[in-house]
Design a protein around this ligand. Structure first.
Ligand code: HEC
Length: 118
């Protein structure tokens, strides 16, 4: 439970260098890459605003109460029998976990937040 309070108190996007418990935030260039994928690639199926399309919504509301580990596993390994592809070739477990944390907090990274990657 203590980690929850820490997350709520964390300053968020204003301080991307802040090391969060559990998952270390990616460096800014990598964060920009992940943000780019989230909007362009994940967004192609889950919607530009992540409210759903071919894939289910990835909003904080939609992900509330779902176990983080299983969502991270879905991102890394895809979901057999559905269109959800595995992302393990492109990102580490820590990065997938970081993405899910941001999505569950309702603060998905934006393409312009970090910059540095075309
Ligand atoms: C080709 C289409 C496609 C792409 C690209 C895609 N997804 Fe999905 N995703 C899906 C579909 C379809 C589902 C729903 C599977 C099901 O019905 O259980 C899904 C499910 C999920 C879930 C589980 C949601 C839940 O509520 O259980 C997560 C999390 C997720 N995707 C994240 C991502 C992320 C992050 C990316 C980009 C790195 C991504 N997806 C890219 C199609 C896609």
């Amino acid at each position: 439970m203590a980690w929850l309070l820490v997350f709520v108190a964390a300053p968020g996007a204003a301080a991307p260098d802040t090391t969060q418990p559990g998952t270390s935030a990616p460096d800014p260039a990598r964060e920009a890459q992940l943000a780019h994928w989230l909007r362009d690639d994940c967004g192609a199926c889950h919607g530009m605003t992540l409210r759903g399309g071919l894939g289910s919504p990835l909003t904080a509301d939609a992900l509330a109460g779902k176990p983080r580990d299983s969502l991270v596993a879905t991102v890394l390994h895809g979901r057999p029998g559905t269109a959800m592809p595995p992302w393990q070739p492109f990102m580490t477990q820590d990065e997938a976990q970081w993405l899910i944390e941001q999505l569950q907090r309702g603060t998905p990274p934006t393409v312009t937040s970090a910059g540095g990657v075309p």
